[in-house]
Write a protein that binds this ligand. Structure first.
Ligand SMILES: [Mg+2]
Length: 230
């Protein structure tokens, strides 16, 4: 079982949103931040820039859109304060630990699969006590390949010692996580925490929370049995 990290296990967007609002004193710029982030992350995934310069360029671009005159020092200072605030406010969703406990008890091998940078993600997982649950942590920034590239999913399966058809991947991004996994031959599960009601392609499973994952595994994926009571 592969699980995405940001906005699947960790309420990362809420932390980022809160930090941004605190720094600029207004709430309405989150959509702009998300749009700028998506554009800059695509450059990283395409191998055109590394994470550190992406973070700098994203913040520079954002402050420009805000109409603030800044030099490189200002950008670095803003980005350092933003990261610090985010780190102090990221939290696990309430359904994460019961789900991970259940999966471990059922004997399911677990991988965390993320498109973020390495150092940053390892800090997050360690801060929140998650590392102990995972047999393998796949980080795009370290592997040089990112979801939804099938190479990313296949390399995780190889690390876990299973075929893609024996694995499932759960994540909050419909295309990147669920559809990408399905196209790589895994079971693709979309975690739609906000119940957006977006149309889902055939063959993709949908859950509204990780509390629904055990039921899905037992009813749909024959290899997973209910763990014995401990
Ligand atoms: Mg995510």
């Amino acid at each position: 079982m592969c699980l995405d990290i940001d906005d699947t296990l960790i309420d990362f967007s809420a932390a980022c949103r809160g930090a941004l609002a605190m720094l600029i004193g207004r709430q309405d710029m989150w959509p702009a931040w998300e749009r700028i982030t998506d554009r800059h992350v695509a450059l990283v995934v395409a191998g055109e820039v590394d994470y550190a310069s992406m973070h700098f360029r994203r913040t520079q671009c954002f402050l420009g859109e805000l109409g603030v005159e800044v030099d490189a020092e200002d950008v670095l200072r803003f980005e350092a304060r933003r990261k610090d605030l985010v780190r102090r406010s990221w939290r696990l969703f309430g359904d994460v630990l019961p789900c991970l406990d259940w999966l471990r008890a059922a004997g399911v091998l677990l991988a965390a699969v993320t498109n973020a940078s390495g150092e940053h993600q390892r800090t997050k997982l360690a801060d929140l006590g998650l590392i102990r649950f995972f047999d393998y942590i796949a980080i795009a920034g370290e592997l040089g390949v990112a979801k939804p590239d099938p190479v990313m999913f296949h390399s995780v399966c190889a690390k876990l010692g299973c075929e893609p058809g024996e694995a499932a991947h759960v994540g909050d991004k419909l295309r990147t996580d669920a559809v990408g996994a399905r196209e790589a031959g895994l079971e693709g599960v979309w975690l739609d925490r906000h119940e957006t009601g977006d149309e889902v392609p055939d063959g993709v499973h949908v859950i509204g929370g990780l509390d629904e994952l055990p039921q899905l595994l037992v009813s749909e994926f024959a290899r997973v049995g209910v763990p014995a009571q401990r």
